[in-house]
Design a binder for this molecule. Sequence first.
Ligand code: NAD
Ligand code: IPM
Ligand code: MN
Length: 368
Amino acid sequence: MPTIGVIGGDGVGPEVVREGLAVLADVAEREGFRYDLVPFDLGGERYLKTGEVLPDKVVDDLRRCDALFLGAVGHPGVAPGILEKGILLRLRFEFHQYVNLRPVRLYPGVETPIKGKGPEEIDMVVVRENNEDLYVGAGGFTRKGTAEEVAIQTSINTRAGVERCLRYAFDLARSRGRERPYRGLSEEERGRGLVGQVTLVAKTNVLTFAHDLWMRAFTETARDYPEIKSDYQHVDACCMRMVVSPERFDVIATTNMFGDIITDLGAVLQGGMGLAASGNLNPARTAPSMFEPVHGSAPDIAGKGIANPIAAILSVAMLLDHLELPRASERIRRAVARVLAAGAPKTPDLGGRANTADVGQAVRNAFE
Ligand code: NAD
Ligand code: IPM
Ligand code: MN
């Protein structure tokens, strides 16, 4: 029986996690599988009360779980970075969750701000490198607080770290292509046997060390995937094209920092922060993977009961995929699709008036 560690966290985190867990309980009963839940009290409240961010003992307990489900961390009363680095990034790094998988998929019935684009055009997946780059915390200050101050924040990119992420992206393009060939390929490309595409998103024209490594690793990895088209976009142009022609993307592979930024843009393409799910994956399964909405603790709406729980519910679906329960995850996605297609109930971020619990309940009612 799998053990799922649950970190509600801060702000809207516990509010959306509650709905995710209710959907999980329901689908488990219908599908006839069992699991253990282990709650972990982590986040701003614990820190403010005890000074503890993430004790080593808790990391050991988390490590024993088969998967983790996280709401969000980040508290208005705590300096930026303490919880984000101390909890979220520490777990991503220590548990070798080197892929942050972030699907960008528009469900039928959801309004995207992108004119003339629908579910056929908006269906890509971002494979965000999750253990390196500017996120490692390498750097420091000299002459801090003086007029001569210098702050250095170094981007670390290792060949092995980049390559394993790229390999994941190509494998994903291959499996997506087997299910349904990428629609953006020309007749001629399909004729040559291509089924999918990986776009490397970087900034090779400026970051001529780090992204030179990325480009070489990309070109060499691509040789093992003759049925996958290799594509490259500078990150600035990528942002423009995600808006103007989202259909030109299938799988995007990118760095930790760029992946963070373009996936908030991706969330908007799919209808908003309330809908975007993610998985921090340890593909080798040497430690638990962690599933969480792309959004944060949303302090501006926390405590009002109006956060959209769909991102969290879809993150549960990704968690079930990871636990190799694809029937259960598909059932969740179909139920979410039904609720979204019906156009109600909707939380205010989608233009409705429903609350978090209404939407969670509607998803559970929509199970066939
Ligand atoms: P945010 O994602 O929390 O909020 C951005 C905007 O999106 C806000 O207007 C918010 O109300 C809205 N929003 C977010 N989730 C929503 C939902 N489920 N339903 C409806 N609307 C939603 O980003 P932010 O404001 O930049 O950050 C707030 C805090 O969260 C910060 O402390 C930040 O560090 C943290 N954060 C944590 C995570 C995480 O734990 N994974 C991710 C991002 C930000
Ligand atoms: C995300 C968040 C985190 C990130 C922060 C809170 C550390 O923005 O999961 O997208 O930058 O990865
Ligand atoms: Mn982010």
